[in-house]
Design a protein. Structure first.
Lengths: 401, 454
């Protein structure tokens, strides 16, 4: 289907089902139970899962295929967000023009930065992209304050000159972002016994776009163009000697992944119309590198898993505080309870970075292929000795023409 | 080499799947049945405390969190009740809010607007918080206030000092108890004139975000009215930790006063750098070089150590207020006592404003008889109260800003212990710092109408 082979089709279908059922899958614990802390099925976080999934998928097209490690991808995300918010301020609260503009602007910006940065490879390329991203951050943070509103972040206000649409609604508030009238904030709540599931319009729009982005990335991976990018990764010198100029291919990959980042930025702003300069900071660029490596660079689904993993930690672990810990360990004798809380304390709340760092180290050391490799290992172990069959099927895979 | 396998069956299949995907969003037309966002239905109500646990304002955030925990304890009838007994409105009985037990969730704003919004959103969407409080940066406060307005919950601003919070960016669902940059400048100007004369040349270093801008604008306007001259204003990034490159040019600028429009960790670092460069021993035009820090706090004084001695600034509140300035500021001692008993040291002004805000919210709900944000807004607008440590205070209806006395303070020359680093120079009465709601520094904003969400 969709011009994919059977295996990729089933992967796409699995991702589609996961995305569709996310409100159920991410809310396994009943409301009010002690484990409800670990529920992630609320609109904001689900939106972040898929949006950062798009960001990581795009990054993977560059890093996973060509091996060029960009340390400045957050700049495109930020540029996308700013374009989208300006579109909301000036044109219309409909998300379509905002998302389109953010993709286009990010693409042009990527063309500019890519044209300069791709003159070098390896560490020099990484440093160049990092420098550009930090430059963009500094510009957004202070120099371009009239456009970006500096540290406060670009926001909507009650007197925006919106050409298509109203500056403020009849009851005197700022109109909300919508898709032809369907409000992105709109959420349908379903109560099933003690469980509560939230179905959010914005999430499903993002998920749909993520599926399209995922599908496109599969097509790119399987296309002759993708093969060329892989050739760049495995041996660029040999490519050059055979008379092929690799630059147009890498530049195309860079622009495509920049547009993915812009799309993610535009979507972020569509879900929550605010754009802050910190979206462009180098830590944000580093985060997408972590996501991709954690999930499995060069694999199709890895970056999505990695993005989900990191966002889960950022939003769930950072909100566990000592009071919550005392609740959990309340059954222990007093002294022991305090001791356990004392031991766990550095790893939760503001210490979530520490937990994530440890997990990242473990993954890189024991699963160099990322979470995807972990999944494969578990799969193999579950199927016992069927591994032999797997190898046979691998051997029969034909090289692309 | 390109591969195309466009078949009738393929197109049909793809079309069907795509169509189903497009049709999906139509099921969201319905909205939930409750009257307002996160209407509490059980026997408890959840408040969200969103404070910086990392970043330059982490110290303030930690102290705010302590105050929030204490306030929740007192609302639920635990502990000694703190300011509940001195509060002029005696609606709160220590049985929670409207009989519902108060629970709370916490989050880390990271002193970043984006992270703060994400954290606040998760409180509203996941934990069902009906009120969000906290914030120790005006950029964050403005962003979270806008979110609260959109989502239909109340935002009780914590430590935010920018004019914009209740000026250009004011919102119907947002309320601020803390004072602002204009008030600081209005209170400081007469004292600065008395101490340093009226022909000084000032050099400003300003944190580059909404608070810094309005703080600089306010203090420059107030000092220029005295006859001072503003030599230069240099914007510094909020995330900066080393200010030496900004301090060096001050030496040759011909200025004889340095105004540090910095707060928290920024101010501790910039002041330390300034002292290291020998600014305090410097003589310019035959006069001592002076440093002014418009917004001051005990926590900063502690961080800056001996460098803070003799430096003038303003505060919203100080724990010694009732002891030194009399019973007008009743509530102060009650709060200091219960905070000190629980944590072993006196509270900072950030803690006091957060504690007061939590009580004010709870009281407003109690008086309104509903958690509905619009009811709460009505109850708080134009509310006059006393006994929360700041003396008689008005929550002005036009911009949701509290008007109360402002303290002018100075770093103590010979502090008796680490809790007495700051001494109160003067208390400026509320009338002197009051301004009309359409004052140019606050113009351009519009409250809009209260949004109950849902």
């Amino acid at each position: 289907m969709f011009g994919l082979n059977a295996r990729d089709t089933s992967l796409l279908i699995v991702v589609a089902i996961l995305a569709l059922c996310a409100p159920f899958i991410l809310n396994p614990f009943p409301q009010g139970s002690a484990m409800a802390q670990f529920n992630a099925g609320y609109p904001d976080l689900m939106q972040r899962f898929v949006i950062f999934g798009i960001f990581a998928i795009g990054f993977n097209i560059l890093f996973g295929l060509t091996g060029y490690l960009s340390f400045g991808h957050a700049a495109f995300l930020g540029v996308g967000s700013y374009s989208a918010v300006w579109m909301f301020k000036l044109l219309s609260m409909n998300v379509i023009p905002a998302i389109l503009l953010s993709v286009i602007v990010a693409g042009l910006f990527a063309l500019l930065i890519g044209y300069v940065s791709l003159r070098r490879s390896g560490i020099y390329f990484s440093i160049l992209t990092l420098a550009f991203a930090q430059m963009s951050f500094a510009l957004a943070y202070s120099v371009l304050t009239p456009i970006t509103n500096g540290e406060t972040g670009l926001q909507l206000s009650l007197n925006d000159p919106r050409i298509l649409g109203v500056s403020q609604t009849a009851d005197g508030s700022i109109p909300v972002t919508n898709l032809f009238g369907l409000e992105m904030r709109g959420t349908y709540q379903m109560d099933v016994g003690p469980w509560m599931f939230q179905f959010n319009a914005g999430y499903y729009l993002s998920a749909l776009i993520m599926l399209i982005a995922f599908y496109l990335s599969i097509r790119i991976f399987r296309s002759p163009f993708g093969m060329m990018l892989r050739a760049v990764k495995s041996n660029q010198q040999r490519m050059n000697y055979t008379g092929l100029n690799a630059r147009p291919y890498t530049l195309a990959a860079f622009v495509i992944s920049g547009m993915y980042a812009g799309l993610a930025g535009g979507l972020l702003a569509s879900m929550d119309p605010l754009a802050g300069a910190e979206r462009m900071q180098w830590t944000a660029s580093g985060e997408v590198v972590l996501m991709t490596i954690l999930g499995g660079a060069g694999t199709l689904i890895g970056p999505i898993l990695g993005a989900g993993f990191i966002k889960y930690f950022e939003n769930i672990f950072s909100k566990i505080n000592d009071t919550v810990l005392h609740q959990w360990f309340g059954f222990l004798p007093d002294g022991l309870e305090d001791f356990v809380v004392f031991i766990v304390h550095p790893f939760i709340g503001k210490g979530w970075h520490l937990t994530l760092g440890i997990l990242f180290m473990l993954v890189v050391i024991f699963l160099p292929g990322g979470l995807v490799q972990g999944g494969q290992k578990i799969g193999k172990w579950l199927r016992g000795n069927k591994a032999g069959e797997d190898d046979a099927s691998k051997a029969s895979t034909k090289p692309a023409e | 080499m390109s591969k195309s396998n466009l078949t009738r069956r393929g197109v049909l299949k793809s079309g069907a799947v795509g169509g189903a995907g497009l049709a999906l969003p139509t099921i969201f037309a319905a909205s939930s049945a409750s009257a307002f966002t996160n209407e509490p239905t059980g026997d408890s109500v959840t408040l969200g405390f969103n404070v910086p646990q990392t970043g330059p304002y982490a110290d303030e955030g930690a102290d705010e969190l302590r105050a929030f925990e204490l306030a929740v304890e007192h609302l639920n009838g635990e502990g000694d009740g703190g300011m509940l007994s001195t509060f002029s409105s005696q609606e709160l009985k220590g049985d929670g809010i409207l009989g519902k037990k108060v629970k709370f969730v916490t989050g880390d704003t990271q002193t970043k607007s984006d992270a703060a919004r994400a954290s606040a959103k998760s409180m509203i969407e996941k934990d069902g918080a009906i009120m969000i409080s906290g914030g120790s940066s005006s950029g964050v406060a403005v962003a979270v206030q806008a979110l609260a307005q959109e989502a239909g919950v109340i935002f009780m601003a914590g430590l935010t000092h920018s004019n914009d919070t209740t000026g250009k960016d004011r919102k119907a669902n947002g309320f601020r108890h803390f004072f602002n940059a204009y008030m600081s400048a209005a209170a400081l100007a007469p004292v600065l004139e008395k101490l340093y004369g009226n022909d000084r040349r000032a050099y400003h270093l300003t944190a580059d975000y909404t608070w810094g801008w309005t703080q600089q604008e306010s203090i420059a306007a107030a000092t220029e009215a005295l006859g001072w001259e503003t030599v230069n204003n240099v914007l510094t990034p909020l995330a900066a930790t080393d200010f030496s490159s900004y301090i060096a040019p001050v030496l040759n600028s011909g200025a004889d006063v340095l105004v540090l429009n910095h707060y928290g960790g920024n101010m501790v670092n910039s002041l330390t750098n300034a002292v290291q460069f020998g600014l305090r021993e410097k003589q310019v035009n035959g006069r001592n070089f002076e440093i002014v820090v418009p917004l001051y706090s005990e926590l900063m004084a502690k961080g800056a150590g001996a460098n803070i001695k003799g430096i003038v600034g303003s505060q919203n509140w100080d724990w010694k207020l009732e002891n030194e300035k009399g019973a007008t500021y009743t509530g102060t001692n009650a709060f200091v006592k219960s905070f000190g008993t629980k944590y072993g040291f006196p509270p900072s002004q950030a803690a006091q404003t957060c504690y007061a805000q939590t009580l004010l919210y709870a009281d407003a709900v109690q008086r309104a008889g509903t958690f509905n944000p619009c009811g709460v807004v009505d109850a708080l607008q134009g509310f006059e109260f006393d006994g929360l440590g700041n003396g008689p205070t008005l929550y002005r209806a036009e911009d949701h800003q509290c008007f109360k006395d402002v303290l002018v303070v100075r770093g103590a020359e010979n502090p008796s212990d680490e809790f007495n680093l700051v001494e109160i120079v003067e208390v400026t009465p509320a009338e002197q710092v009051t301004y009309p709601p359409d004052h140019p520094m606050f113009a351009g904003g519009d409250l809009g109408t209260c949004n109950p969400g849902a």
